[in-house]
Design a protein around this ligand. Sequence first.
Ligand SMILES: [Zn+2]
Length: 179
Amino acid sequence: MDQNEFAVIHKKTSELLVAALERYNQNACQCAYPRFQQLIGIDCTETGDAFHCYDTELLINLSKKYFNIGVSNLNNENANEKWTCKKCQSVYEYGWQDFSIAVERQKLELVELKAKPIGKEASKPIPLYLGLAGHTYPPRTEIDQVSFEEFESYLMEKDRSALWKCLGNINWLRGIIKK
Ligand SMILES: [Zn+2]
């Protein structure tokens, strides 16, 4: 993929993430959505890897306007900040680090959740659309690249629940038995 192609899918993803954040904030706030927490929480330093996650970086950047940015008591990153949700006052620790000239990453770690979760459950492997770039990567059981449609339905919670899928299978079986 060349730079122009990447710019196009980056813009498309950015529009999706803006829409997802607007949806979360119409109903409650981003903090109440486990899938938001999951995506912003991808932090390669937890597993000793060194990669940049484009989807996570973009979501952190776009969600910044929903937070009040304050001073952190931590100093374990190149830059530390304390982010507090403007709506529910949940507290997060923001960090930025670079591992090399080519690879840097931001993280936003939930410290204290004050919103009642209302969003759908997060699942594994974590679906990404833009994906990762770096030196070492997590296994595909943890993080996997998916189509734009799958990524969209995951973040906008359009995917069918496990129960719904199960009911669908039962109806399908009934159809077969009748024949
Ligand atoms: Zn909140």
